[in-house]
Design a protein around this ligand. Structure first.
Ligand SMILES: [Zn+2]
Length: 252
């Protein structure tokens, strides 16, 4: 956004000026200025397939635009947990790239819902914000929050992929009234999430939508983890709970 009176052209100087005005800093490197400085923002690029290991049986192709690491991880957590302003547009750009890789328009973007009460407690729905911003940037994209969470899901921290799948089975559903206008519509259905880890949540969303008569074409996420620990739970550097990421240490 252009600000009256600021004629700075150097991004570092401009960020420093913005910090003086707004008191902000980069969530990744701490540099004064924008919430996500130009040096830490991932460059726009093509999305990549993000198949988890092991692959949940029947999972449609998952696509992502970034690794869940470093600056992207910091930005997703800051956006979700601290509602840091200014992060959503870049996160939406990443998600939009994944959607474009998943299917051509028209597309119907279905976000993974948070657990009941989580949005109220946080005061915002970070994923829905990012999905809506991505849809505004994509011709032929419509957002349809069709899924609801039943609640009663255990914390996913420390669970194996198989345990996560069992934990999430039946946890999502589609209210009938929300479906009527979309069943049989030409739009390709894309499940959207912030991070893909084991794929268990995405697979459960796919199951719930398929059970309601919708054909899911793909999964699109802002980021995805790269598997970096052997089978089992040791070495896990992050956790993923239903309805959102957690920076808590793994629980064995
Ligand atoms: Zn930075």
């Amino acid at each position: 956004m252009r600000r009256a009176g600021c004629r700075c052209s150097d991004p570092d100087v401009r960020d420093a000026v913005l910090d003086l005005l707004l008191g902000g800093s980069c969530v990744a490197c701490g540099r004064p200025g924008r919430a996500w400085c130009a040096g830490c923002r991932p460059p726009p690029g093509p999305a990549r397939p993000a198949w988890p290991t092991p692959i949940p049986p029947g999972l449609v192709p998952p696509w992502t635009a970034a690794d869940y690491d470093g600056a992207v991880r910091a930005a997703l957590l800051a956006h979700k947990e601290r509602r840091v302003a200014g992060l959503a547009p870049t996160l939406a750009t990443l998600l939009a790239a994944a959607v474009q890789a998943a299917a051509p328009p028209p597309v119907l973007l279905v976000p993974i819902p948070s657990r009941p009460g989580v949005v109220r407690a946080r005061g915002h729905d970070p994923l829905l914000t990012v999905v809506r911003a991505a849809a505004r940037a994509l011709p032929g994209a419509t957002v349809a929050p069709l899924l609801r969470s039943r609640g009663g899901v255990r914390d996913q921290a420390g669970l194996t992929a198989a345990e996560r799948s069992a934990n999430l089975a039946g946890s999502l559903w589609c209210p009938t009234g929300r479906l009527r206008r979309w069943v049989g519509a030409p739009a390709r259905v894309i499940v959207c999430d912030d991070v893909l880890t084991t794929g268990a949540t995405a697979r459960e969303a796919q199951r719930a939508l398929s059970a309601s008569g919708l054909v899911v074409e793909g999964i699109a996420t802002v980021a995805a983890t790269r598997r970096r620990w052997p089978a089992g739970r040791s070495g896990q550097e992050w956790t993923h709970v239903e309805g959102g990421l957690s920076s808590r240490p793994p629980v064995d």
